[in-house]
Every structure is written in structure tokens, then in C-alpha cells.
Design a protein around this ligand. Structure first.
Ligand SMILES: [Zn+2]
Length: 73
């Protein structure tokens, strides 16, 4: 059973992604947020991923930086 009944549901991926992006930008954050579609609630949820996934996280961060025009720090 999905355990997402109490999770926030976002009606659009953009809303969820915007929140996740701003959250993930925090250099002090120990976990990162990723979006996923929930069939049960017909909406988007955020899930926390551990830093072991730092590989794809960095790739995503690079994409975000490209999109937002930020230079790598
Ligand atoms: Zn759900």
C-alpha cells in the first residue's frame, strides 16, 4: 500500500518541482526532494532521497543551473 495519504499533493508537476528545486538549492540540506506521480491521489508528491543518489542529483542540479542561467560555483 502506498503510504502517501498524509503527503502534500500538488496538482501540477511544476508546483511540486518548484518546491523541490528551492528546497534542493539549500546547500545545508541533507536530503533532496524528488517529484513522483501518484495514481492513487492523481497528483504529484514529493519524496526524500538520501545523498547516496548524489550522482543523479548533481546531474539534475546541473540541468537546473543551465535552465536558470546560473554559473557553476
Ligand atoms: Zn498519493
Amino acid at each position: 500500500m502506498p503510504s502517501c495519504n498524509t503527503k502534500t499533493r500538488y496538482s501540477s508537476k511544476k508546483m511540486a518541482q518548484d518546491y523541490a528545486d528551492s528546497y534542493n538549492r539549500d546547500p545545508l540540506v541533507k536530503e533532496i526532494l524528488a517529484t513522483y506521480w501518484c495514481e492513487l491521489h492523481q497528483g504529484w508528491h514529493l519524496t526524500r532521497d538520501k545523498p547516496r543518489n548524489i550522482g543523479w542529483f548533481r546531474r539534475i542540479q546541473e540541468l537546473i543551473d543551465k535552465v536558470s542561467g546560473h554559473t557553476e560555483s
